[in-house]
Design a protein around this ligand. Sequence first.
Ligand code: PEP
Length: 244
Amino acid sequence: MQRTPLIAANWKMNGSAALVEEMTSALAGVATEQIQVLICPPATLLCRFTAPINFALGGQTLSHEVSGAFTGELSAALLIEAGASYVIVGHSERRSLNAESDQLIAAKLMRAVVSGLTPVLCVGETLQQRQQEKTQQVIARQLDAVYASQPELLAKSVIAYEPVWAIGTGESATPEQAQQTHAFIRQHLAQYDAKAAEKVKLLYGGSVNADNCAALFKQADIDGALVGGASLKAAEFAQICSSA
Ligand code: PEP
């Protein structure tokens, strides 16, 4: 099965109007006929991307509520109005720093899909969980929380495997480690919907850079990357996109 690669940037609480300009020019030189590119900047920068751009835009989180008295929150509709068509859901930093539970993440993902945003669901184990050989158990729990009761959402999702120990540490999973977990994820998802599991894009995230991306992209079940630190350097991110 041929899945179009997706390379996504998560700027987190970084970036600037100047980086918007720089990234737009750097990506203009990337052939995006064969790959998809997604930039998830801070929400305040979404409107700074002005046409023509050859990539999609996304939010980094959203509220599970539709609208109302939720100071500081962002709804799916607001993100869409600002230009987003994707949204990251369940990033490990939101899970740990904002205490987002599996249940809340499931509600957010459903809100995203119902509103017309494509969610990029992040799953992954901590170092301690890996050392205790609980990687598959943790990821199965994170996936089940979303798809066991709402299997129809799978066909509308992108999933990012992001081992927590590899995020921002400079220590990427090896291509073999990543492939092993991606294969497990695809196999686990098949129990909800075998056809959707075959089609769903599985991104790898965790210290991806211009030097290690090509080996990761060669793996059968790795369909692209979610890139943090290296997505703040326009030339390097463009190079990662061109390697996919
Ligand atoms: C991330 O936070 O999603 C991420 C993958 O970060 P980094 O590439 O910096 O490890």
